[in-house]
Design a binder for this molecule. Sequence first.
Ligand SMILES: [Zn+2]
Length: 109
Amino acid sequence: MSIQCPSCNSQRIITRDIARKLGGTTGAIAGGASGMAGAAGGARVGTLVGTIGGPLGMTLGGLAGAIIGGLVGSAAGGAAGAKLGEEIDNKVLDNFQCANCGHCFRQQD
Ligand SMILES: [Zn+2]
């Protein structure tokens, strides 16, 4: 793929990915928050499973459930946010910037 600057025809083009970075971060935070809710559920399940292993098993099970719930939520949210941000970058924002003259433009297709 060779992209040219519409202003000076330079091929030194960089992508800005502003919305993608922002979306990934926002999504990870939002996902982490909803993951916390999932963590409570995960902790409950973990504690239940851990019951087999006695008091220590319950503690470890609850902890593992909470961590997994939080991580999964955060990762899923981050991926969804990044994907959404990528769409915004490509369709709404001028995602390309010329490294030669600084001109910002979006992909023409
Ligand atoms: Zn240029």
